[in-house]
Design a protein around this ligand. Sequence first.
Ligand SMILES: *Cc1c(COP(=O)(O)O)cnc(C)c1O
Length: 357
Amino acid sequence: MTSRDRLLMGPGPSNPYPEALAASAQPLLGHMDPAFLQMLDETNAQLRRVFGTSNEVTFPVSGTGSAGMEAVFANWVRAGDVVVVGVNGLFGERMCEVASRYGAEVVRVDHEWGQPLTAERILSAHPSPSLIAAVHAETSTGVRSDIETIGANKGDALLVMDCVTSIGGEPLEVDGWSVDVAYAGTQKCLGVPPGLAPLTASPRAMERRVERPTSWYLDIGLIAGYLNGNERAYHHTAPTSMVAALHGGLGRIHGEGLDNAFARHALCGGVLQEGLEELGFTLFASAGWRLAQLTTVRLPEGLDETMVRHALLNEFDIEIGNGVGQFAGRIWRIGCMGNTAQLRNVKAFLGALESLL
Ligand SMILES: *Cc1c(COP(=O)(O)O)cnc(C)c1O
């Protein structure tokens, strides 16, 4: 089998940092090995810094970003609880679906795709929700939303934030924005292969979690027994090579400096968006709310998008993403996250695309 060296410019996975790949290729450690447990503790400390939190309960859930989403609703929804969800894309829709499977009475606040969430509409959707959930960076549309305003006015509700596409690529302030539970993923701006879902929960959230969740595997109370340095109670085998990769990727990001990593993503996204406009594309996401790490463009009439996308992959080894849902075939999603976020990659993509138009 031939291995292909792809430039991953879709909505994730991104190209991983070499430090992440090298770490996962080290000899395997057991999940009870003190050397591994130290690596896990360091990883959790590194995660607190990218989340912007001092929450003790901060760790990588085993599974991809959606496992983090599932863990949230499994641990914080009781049958009949009112959960207000801001929806402006696919991942908001997915939160509604997952929450409802755990018995939530979902109050869905729909917004036009491509527009940010409106805090006032979400806050006035129900007088006393138990949970409010919102996506910080909607990967299906390339839009950022203001979580801080929701957090400042959330009342007694717990605030849940999906930051799968923002973590490691732009500033997050879980504590500063009054977020109670946040989950993320490794394969976007953290520049680590897919397989873990970093999660953080405030002391207030830990007090209000479900005592005995329907999901045994994702039970935060049981997992906390393993994370706790005194107990280290076996729950399930930690995916040790994945944690090593995350440790390596986070080490790289903190070595570069968080602000430098954010600036690199911002620069690449800016050059990419300018270049696409010069090629005649129209940006899709609402101005002022555009993500640098995930760019969306409308496809012009007459462009054979499948042909061009496949030629990018087959002739140039460059992967980009199609739109999803009603926007499949109508927009493209071009990611510039993690180790992909380098100017030379942006220029290579723009040059390849120009040659195919
Ligand atoms: C990618 C993504 C997810 C889901 O993550 P998976 O790793 O695909 O399970 C959830 N939310 C957002 C905003 C995402 O971009």
